[in-house]
Design a protein around this ligand. Structure first.
Ligand code: BEZ
Length: 213
């Protein structure tokens, strides 16, 4: 297993999933992607997480993001558990869950942290750009359910950087001013960011979020 770092190409794989056999890169196509692991099927925190993700479908679609989950449980287990998620979370799971029984994908993405648990995957999240490069890696322990609003916030930030060459400041939220890249001179910035450039310091220039009407 090689360490995966930001900027690396997301390793490709073919895996059995609740929606059939999938080649990861082919499935991603031109979309952005989220690959996220959870420790086990039929567990409470995971049940709430997968229900929440399925309810965010419209938000992921708006951002051109496809979602794939993973645990080391098998397909039969996944199918039974999906019924429980749909029932208890009042939703319809509509993304593939990898049945990584042989641990091939978990190993590839370093999702098992033996000092936390020798067999089960931790709560890993990989955000992959539409260039197949890894843009974000976060890891939570089994006992903490993830904040998927934060994940959407980070995807918005990543896409602002990819499409508009801006960064986002601490605690930034959609609609707030963003940071102009230090690589752009203030003079050039005034031509690019027509909504205005606020030069607080030569290295600290803000502009209204560019992709809003
Ligand atoms: C859960 O999803 O609830 C869970 C899974 C493994 C360990 C602790 C909690």
């Amino acid at each position: 297993m090689a360490t995966i770092r930001l900027g690396d190409e997301a390793p490709n794989f073919t895996a059995q999933t609740s929606e059939g056999e999938i080649n990861f890169h082919e499935w991603l196509g031109d979309s952005w992607g989220i690959l996220f692991s959870h420790p086990a099927d039929y567990t409470p925190v995971c049940t709430t997480e997968l229900g929440t993700v399925s309810k965010y479908t419209e938000e992921f679609n708006k951002r051109n993001v496809k979602v794939m989950a993973l645990s080391v449980d098998g397909l039969e287990s996944h199918h039974g558990w999906i019924k429980d998620i749909n029932e208890t979370q009042n939703t319809t799971v509509n993304f593939p869950i990898i049945a990584d029984e042989d641990g091939k994908v978990s190993e590839l993405y370093d999702m098992i942290h033996p000092n936390a648990d020798s067999k089960l995957t931790v709560r890993s999240v990989f955000v992959i750009g539409n260039d197949k490069k890894v843009k974000l890696i976060i890891t939570y322990p089994a006992s903490t359910g993830r904040n998927f609003d934060e994940l959407l916030r980070v995807i918005d930030s990543l896409q602002l950087t990819a499409y508009h060459k801006v960064a986002t400041p601490a605690n930034w939220k959609h609609g707030e001013d963003v940071v102009i890249s230090p690589a752009i001179s203030t003079e050039d910035a005034k031509g690019i960011f027509t909504k205005g450039v606020n030069e607080i310091k030569p290295y600290l220039r803000m502009t209204p979020q560019p992709n809003l009407d």
